[in-house]
Design a protein around this ligand. Sequence first.
Ligand SMILES: [Zn+2]
Length: 486
Amino acid sequence: MPVPVIILLCALGALALLCAVCAVRAARMKKTLPDTPAAVTWTDEEADKYAKDLSEMVKLATVSRKQEDSFEDFLVFQKKLEELFPLFFSQAENHDISGNILRKLPGKDPKRGALLLMGHQDVVPAEGQSGWEKPPFSGEIENGCVWGRGAMDCKSTVCCELEAVEALLREGFTFNEDLWFFSARNEENSGGGSDAAAAWMKEQGIRLNVVLDEGGAVVMDMFPGLKAPASGVGVVEKGYVNLRFTARSAGGHASTPPKNSPIARLSKFVAEAEKKNVFKQKMVSPVPEMFAAISPYLPFYFRFVLGNLWLFKGLVTRLLPAISPMAGAFVQTTAAFTMSGGSEAPNVLPDKAWIVCNMRPSVHQNADESIAALKKLADKYDIETEVLYKKDASAVTDVNGAEFRFLTECIEKCLPDTVVTPYMMTGGTDSRRFEIVCDNVLRFTPTRLTPQQLAAMHAANENIGVEALAEGVKTYKYYIERYNSR
Ligand SMILES: [Zn+2]
């Protein structure tokens, strides 16, 4: 037999063997979710109570604003919390940080460590948003849901956490570890409450075992082909950068336009930036772990590829951006051009035109490296790059660590019909500020959200299900109880 034929046959044989190995692995990893009942239950009366409490919280419009003139409305909201959760607020030490709630419920054995529960009090504005079917601060309870701005983001988190702690106090539960509660009044505008609280904790020499904040939730359609709901626990947040690109010219009259005007150069730059990806694509933790968690529940063809990342990692990394913008954001820095401006009149050539870009640097290509990649392209069109704001990605919580695994086990017990997975957050929360006092920052609220509810975040008709709320309260309670008894 000629040598080239032998090589070809060997190559085909090796390929067939690889395919067979991948197929066997994909077949073996298939799992179905257990048919066990959830470890938590609740009564209609309990669910009604939680919904009414959340409704009271939504009715108080604690809208985030840049001006720091007064925060009277937040103090009114805090009085309401004291009324709704009297045991917690009378027993927890008050370490108020300028209107940001910081409380500590002392544990019997504080040497064991401490748990911090978080959720912000402020909400984004609703004014000027069309499509609200009910007044945004009505807090109406209708069709099994609590409606209004903040019903989901993030007063439901605050409500579930405090209901759980209050119920434990009512039952006379012994907290072994210190339990901290922090609620910023300026999370939505990055107002610095969480920075101040974390810095204060560090100054006091406080170390936390776990920080549990908003972030992931129980959602449908997390990944194409995943039929079960997913409980996504955020273990990292991408960075955040704002850039302004400015193109200049001598200006002049619009009746005699020269070539390569500022707007033409900016347009070419934006078009090329969108077409030709300038950022590094790489799959880093927690993305492989996320695929490991969800692959067993995906159809065979997805399992074949995603369940064999040892072979297909490079291919998958390149293909993800084609699947969806969200999937693409998992493996690279993203850049969105969001604002622009030029001349003040239609018949005047601009002497300068500008465009603003919002960038979310990845874990593997930090803010400076991502900025440099885009600046190189801007330079090609004689465009200036100005950094308005920059922040790198957060630290990545160890998904093989004891705290992530413990939370996962609790979710699996309370929400057994869901696939629990770590994930990379493309948006931000307050919790990353506490990295200076904690290695295990976890972002998850155990409430089920429909696609409509997810889409209503920061938009019209924000709402949350009454049953979802009750399930959330009971899951937090289960977690805190087990956490203190382990
Ligand atoms: Zn939020």
